[in-house]
Design a protein around this ligand. Structure first.
Ligand SMILES: [Zn+2]
Length: 125
């Protein structure tokens, strides 16, 4: 399941520079409600991707709770972050896509509305 996650080059290095930023032991575990929410988000992301990726949408733009800026996340990163959060607790890092074209990304609200619109259209057929 993790084969598409880049391997940490310092995984076997006792001097891992990332260790000081927060070892896995420091990760705050999710509450049951947060875990439920993350599982729901993960399901949403899969649906968004299945409908929006064929339209050329590369991912979502989200407000970052840590720095208050907007970050662009591609689908694999979104899924990876949510999976990591569900498995390990709150992620310590955020890795926005590198120099994204904002035209390729949509907001969560847009994706939600798009999916709801598609579902409505299919149900009224
Ligand atoms: Zn940020």
């Amino acid at each position: 399941m993790l084969e598409d996650v880049p391997r940490d080059p310092f995984a076997d290095d006792p001097n891992d520079p990332a260790a000081e930023l927060g070892a896995p032991d420091d990760v705050e575990p999710l509450t049951l409600a947060e875990r439920d929410e993350a599982l729901t988000d993960l399901a949403d992301v899969e649906v968004f991707r299945s409908l929006l990726e064929p339209q050329g949408v590369l991912g979502l733009v989200l407000d970052c709770p840590e720095c208050g800026e907007q970050h662009y996340f591609d689908w694999d990163l979104l899924r990876g972050n949510l999976r990591q959060m569900i498995d390990n607790g709150r992620p310590q890092v955020h890795e926005p896509a590198y120099q994204p074209d904002p035209a390729d990304y949509v907001s969560w609200e847009y994706a939600r509305g798009y999916v709801d619109g598609v579902i409505d259209t299919e149900e009224s057929r």
